[in-house]
Design a protein around this ligand. Structure first.
Ligand SMILES: C[S@@+](CC[C@H](N)C(=O)[O-])C[C@H]1O[C@@H](n2cnc3c(N)ncnc32)[C@H](O)[C@@H]1O
Length: 249
């Protein structure tokens, strides 16, 4: 069974997986169970935004999928509006259903984050940008250039926050994460050892470009962000981010 180091960029299955009807049906059918474990993480992402509860602001949700991150923010801040970007027609269609309670406060725009070609509708400026569980689908050089492109679309003082899995720097750490994860989810070890070929394909796509935390923090700083920190962490999942500097005259 392939480990991450054996997964090659030439076998990149990301677009095929996220644009397949079968893959998205499965993802949507299993989403509620995953989201139950993420309620606090989603809330933390929203709590990190620097807006008053009744403030009006616009934000971008990249790789938004069915809108789990955007929905949490729209629910938390009653006057916020969102632009959700994704490249999967199926995920965006599901999102239109999931976000129906926020009709009039959000819109979807198609964007392939791997490409670097941003449509005019995503020129911004945005008061904030978020991404959740999608930047890890991009090769490292693209993660770094994406951070710079996000910074260019933020207003001065605008925050970017990313909720994502990261890779361990050393095997001992990976083992500790797995040990604790298996205790928290008694089915995890069995599931890992008994993947169907389709589950294996999805897992390989999931882990192909997951990378350690340290370089990602560096890329944010190199992109010009300040106030960069890992604001939350639980085993292999983190929320990191930073803010576009205020312009000085
Ligand atoms: C695991 S889902 C996460 C969705 C959502 N952000 C959430 O937190 O539930 C990954 C999402 O990233 C999107 N995605 C993956 N690669 C992408 C790319 N190159 N460009 C745009 N979206 C991408 C997928 O279509 C999918 O909606």
């Amino acid at each position: 069974m392939a480990d991450q180091s054996e997964l090659h960029a030439s076998d990149d299955t990301n677009a095929a997986i996220w644009k397949s009807d079968e893959g998205i049906s499965h993802w949507v059918a299993t989403q509620d169970e995953r989201e139950r474990r993420r309620v606090e993480h989603r809330r933390m992402l929203a709590d990190l935004l620097p807006f008053a509860d009744d403030e009006a602001f616009n934000f971008l949700d990249l790789g938004a999928g069915t809108g789990a991150a955007a929905g949490t923010i729209l629910s938390r801040f009653a006057h916020a509006t969102a632009v959700l970007a994704d490249f999967s027609p199926q995920m965006m269609e599901e999102g239109q259903r999931a976000l129906a309670p926020f009709a009039g406060r959000y819109r979807y725009v198609e964007l392939d984050m791997a490409g670097g070609q941003w449509p005019e509708e995503l020129a911004g400026p945005f008061d904030a940008a978020v991404s959740s569980l999608c930047v890890h689908h991009l090769p490292d050089d693209r993660k770094a250039s994406l951070f710079a492109e996000i910074g260019e679309r933020l207003r001065p003082g605008g925050w970017y926050l990313n909720y994502d899995p990261v890779a361990a720097d050393e095997p001992l750490v990976a083992e500790a994460w797995e040990r604790a994860g298996d205790r928290q989810d008694p089915d995890a070890a069995h599931t890992r050892a008994n993947r169907t070929p389709e589950e294996q394909r999805r897992w390989e796509n999931h882990v192909r470009y997951i990378t350690p935390l340290g370089p990602q923090i560096q890329w944010l700083r190199q992109a010009g962000f300040v106030g960069v920190d890992v604001y939350w962490k639980q085993l292999d999942h983190v929320i990191y981010g930073g803010c576009r500097p205020l312009e000085t005259s």
